[in-house]
Design a protein around this ligand. Structure first.
Ligand code: AMP
Length: 121
């Protein structure tokens, strides 16, 4: 698998401070910020600071500290966002997953009933 990373993607620019974001949480290895086009009352993106293109890239090549930090940050974002009634975590990957930004990001969606996971068919 070719996980070549394009450092001109928009989340790389956010990480370099070249474009603004609405930060929810920042840790040593992870940044969480509000999605610019929210699809639910809560819509936060959690990204590693390292140059990983997709969830599988991150899981295969990130270090233990990055992985632990990332998932602890996801837990903290859920706690901070008040999604006690539930939420959905989505990671789109590459063409079939319709990933638009080629820097791994986990969508955390909640604040309303989200319906079934995928449309029928
Ligand atoms: P995906 O299809 O999983 O790659 O989703 C990319 C997400 O990034 C979409 O939900 C966009 O609304 C979001 N997005 C794109 N640009 C920005 C930005 N500058 N700040 C925050 N979210 C963004």
């Amino acid at each position: 698998m070719d996980f070549a990373y394009d450092d001109q993607n928009i989340f790389a620019k956010i990480l370099r401070g070249e474009i603004p974001n609405r930060t929810v949480l920042e840790t040593e290895h992870t940044l969480a910020f509000e999605d610019i086009g929210p699809q639910a009352p809560v819509h936060v993106l959690v990204i590693p600071k390292g140059p990983y293109t997709s969830l599988d890239h991150f899981c295969q090549e990130a270090g233990e500290a990055e992985i632990t930090d990332f998932w602890r940050a996801v837990g903290e974002v859920c706690r901070m966002s008040g999604v006690e009634d539930g939420f959905r975590a989505i990671a789109n990957a590459r063409r079939d997953g319709v990933q638009e930004v080629p820097h791994f990001h986990l969508h955390i969606l909640g604040g309303k009933s989200l319906g079934r996971m995928l449309p029928a068919g």
